[in-house]
Design a protein around this ligand. Structure first.
Ligand code: HDD
Length: 710
């Protein structure tokens, strides 16, 4: 047990060497000189000019002037956390990787979650893919699993990545819109590049507006290889399954959350970890023997395709727990550098052309972002095992290499560092047989662009499908070119007739019989245009349960935030009735008062207000409780915002509990029409309320609740 703890803290111990804690210390310059005044520059007299001699001023300002580094070209906005990974049982039949064979290990990890399109300061609730990048500090070196919260990607070849990103980023003339795909250039690109549709329809689904970073799945996306000690390879897809289930907010909420708390996800992750409610994910593998590579109706090397879990089940092999917030955002979350090419023996690549291109891009980008090929020496990036090679110098080199030799082979340095035999853990790439012509081409086996978006849409629950319709209607509604919208409607019709019909109705447009010119433009000027058009839609599976968010059952209400809406004079007995059971279930009951400071209950005791009504919004909570208390209800009655608070909670299908006089106030809102709702608890015991909160949302209410003008 003691040994175990030691292993888990190996990275924490390593980071400790660089931790600086100023508590009780004297201020110094960067050269260690004790500073006596940091508020006034050196001047020629009290009212005179500042002197160039002031090295203390110059050092302080120079450092400040250079504080920013370029933000990531994609995934600029992110939040990170430390934790560890533990394996359930050895997977030695398919891999020799220590993290997947040694169950005694507690491998330290650092995870960074991100949005893709927005700038570093953009709002958390943007409709977007979420990055899910995990750095495993293994005993054999760094393994990075750089994935997303969706199991597929937009494009099939890395060559198109700059086009995709240029289309979704703010339009370059006006730098509008920030962190949003709802604009012309994105749909111009999408509507001419149908390989994007699968990822695109996922972005239109609830997956793109998660309730919490702790409630998202993660995927490695590409088919990777696992290689065992005998050198046999299996294909594998990586999955992260959150133990809290997969949960989202509604679009209406997301829009309001932008304003109410643009750091909602970052705060939620930080607060949960600080409160000791550590987020957990199980790592799952879908394993395909090499000999089965061509048994599927799609190409395993095509990153726009997933393997339905009904065809290859996900085997859960271990668990990751995030249990520590970073000490410093810049040093850790900003400077962490991930790379899909950071692998360890037992893990290898496939020829997925998107993955192959990524293997170049990630080191390259760190050179401009972090400024030096020595980025691996930064505390957050350095492995926990020793690093020895003949690479030397460059900007900001921190390692002090001893000796005369920086070349191999050498005799002066005793031949060191010496090479590792494969049996001693030396890495060797999987020996894949290749016999091919060098061509700039796309495999025809990548041409099926409609089957999986259609499978995804078919597999969603009714309310999830409705959300996709609404999302497309919103996004296309924001586009200004009719020909782009028409192309999109035609394309949506290929996925699902009803989807296209509903979106067309909302846009007030007809679905065109055909699109002008080829659907996709030729991939190369000399390429056969016909060859690159989307192939016919296949139907190899009616539905895949796992594609709906509802597939991961989650129990309980741990980490949920419940607002208790009150004025002075609220019923203390009602409060006590709810508080204890909710807290025992791991939820937080927070007092939202009609004013800030402290608020009095009917027994005259003062209670600290967690949020004044004027500073918060209903969208920041998972559920709502209105206790009784005559005076309190009279105060709520006078506040239009209190009514809006209730109406929004109703509209967003949340659980609401009301006690005693609270019912009168509830009747003064749209609540009067929802008193029989499954998730509305009038004068109920905490048990019923807890059950309602654990539903996350009562989607059955949604159709009727949409009419609430909140
Ligand atoms: Fe990428 C960052 C995920 C395709 C080029 N990518 C980045 C991050 C994630 C992903 C999660 C943020 C890492 C962090 O938190 O620091 N990217 C993906 C996934 C892809 C993908 C799941 C497809 C399956 N990416 C992709 C391609 C290219 C890039 C095809 C270029 C050819 N990605 C980058 C990058 C970034 C990056 C420009 C920006 C910052 C960084 O790398 O460190 O190199």
């Amino acid at each position: 047990m003691k040994e175990d703890k030691k292993k888990a803290s190996k990275k924490a111990d390593d980071l400790q060497k660089n931790i600086s804690d100023a508590e009780g210390k004297t201020m110094t310059t960067n050269q260690g000189l004790k500073v006596n005044d940091t508020n006034n520059s050196l001047k020629a007299g009290e009212r005179g000019a500042t002197l160039l001699e002031d090295f203390i001023l110059r050092e302080k300002i120079t450092h400040f002037d250079h504080e920013r580094i370029p933000e990531r070209i994609v995934h600029a906005r992110g939040s990170g956390a430390h934790g560890y990974f533990e394996l359930y049982e050895s997977q030695e039949e398919i891999t020799k990787a220590g993290i997947f064979t040694d169950t005694s290990r507690k491998t330290p990890v650092f995870v960074r979650f991100s949005t893709v399109a927005g700038s570093k300061g953009s709002a958390d609730m943007a409709r977007d893919v979420r990055g899910f990048a995990t750095k495993f500090y293994t005993e054999e070196g760094i393994f990075d699993l750089v994935g997303n919260n969706m199991p597929i990607f937009f494009i099939q070849d890395a060559m198109k990545f700059p086009d995709l990103i240029h289309s979704v980023k703010p339009e370059p003339d006006r730098e509008i819109p920030q962190a949003a795909s709802a604009h012309d250039t994105f749909y111009d690109f999408i509507s001419h590049t149908t390989e994007t549709l699968h990822n695109q329809i996922w972005v239109m689904s609830d997956r793109a507006i998660p309730r919490s970073l702790r409630m998202m799945e993660g995927f490695g996306i590409h088919t990777f290889r696992l290689v065992n000690a005998e050198g046999k390879s299996h294909f594998v897809k990586f999955h992260w399954k959150p133990l809290l289930g997969v949960k989202s907010v509604t679009w209406d909420e997301a829009v309001k959350m932008h304003g109410a708390d643009s750091d909602f996800h970052r705060r939620d992750l930080w607060d949960a970890i600080e409160a000791g409610q550590f987020p957990e994910w199980e790592l799952g593998l879908q394993v395909v023997p090499e000999e089965d590579e061509h048994k599927f109706d799609f190409d395993l090397l095509d990153p726009t395709k997933l393997i339905p879990e009904e065809m290859v089940p996900v085997k859960r092999i271990g668990k990751m727990t995030l249990n520590r917030n970073p000490d410093n955002f810049f040093a850790e979350t900003e400077q962490v550098a991930f790379h899909p090419g950071h692998i360890v023996p037992g893990i290898d690549f496939t020829n997925d052309p998107l993955l192959q291109g990524r293997l170049f891009s990630y080191t390259d980008t760190q050179l401009s972002r972090l400024g030096s090929p020595n980025f691996h020496e930064l505390p957050i990036n350095r492995p926990v095992n020793e690093v020895h090679n003949n690479q030397r110098d460059a900007q900001m080199r921190m390692t002090v290499n001893k000796g005369k030799t920086a070349y191999f082979p050498n005799s002066i340095g005793g031949g060191c560092p010496h090479l590792a035999k494969i049996a001693e853990g030396g890495f060797s790439s999987y020996e894949e047989r290749i016999d091919a012509k060098k061509i700039r081409e796309r495999s025809e086996s990548f041409n099926d662009h409609f089957s999986q978006p259609a499978l995804f849409y078919r597999s969603l629950k009714e309310h999830e499908q409705e959300h996709v319709i609404q999302a497309y209607s919103f996004e296309l509604g924001k586009c200004t070119y009719d020909h782009i919208k028409e192309r999109m409607l035609w394309i949506l019709q290929q996925i699902d007739e009803n989807l296209a019909k509903k979106v067309a109705e909302n846009l007030g447009m007809e679905i065109p019989k055909e699109v002008e010119g080829p659907v996709n433009q030729a991939i190369g000027a000399d390429a056969d245009v016909k060859k690159h058009q989307p192939g016919p839609k296949k139907m190899y599976l009616d539905k895949s349960e796992a594609l709906s968010q509802e597939h991961l059952p989650s129990e309980g209400i741990a980490t949920r935030k419940i607002a208790m809406l009150v004025g002075d004079g609220f019923s203390e007995s009602d409060y006590n009735k709810m508080k204890k059971p909710l807290e025992e279930a791991g939820a937080m009951l927070e007092i939202v008062g009609v004013h800030g400071g402290t608020i009095k209950c009917d027994k005259g005791d003062s209670h600290k207000v967690d949020h004044a009504l004027m500073t918060t919004e209903s969208v920041l909570f998972d559920a709502l409780y209105i206790p009784g208390g005559k005076e309190s209800i009279a105060a709520l009655m006078k506040q239009a915002k209190a009514k809006k608070f209730v109406n929004e909670a109703l509209k967003h299908c949340k659980a609401i509990a009301v006690d005693a006089e609270g019912e009168k106030f509830f009747d003064a809102t749209y609540g009067k029409d929802f008193k029989d709702d499954e998730a509305v608890c009038i004068n109920a015991q905490a048990k019923k309320f807890i059950k309602a909160i654990s539903m996350h949302r009562n989607w059955k209410r949604e159709k009727a609740a949409m009419d609430i003008p909140a």
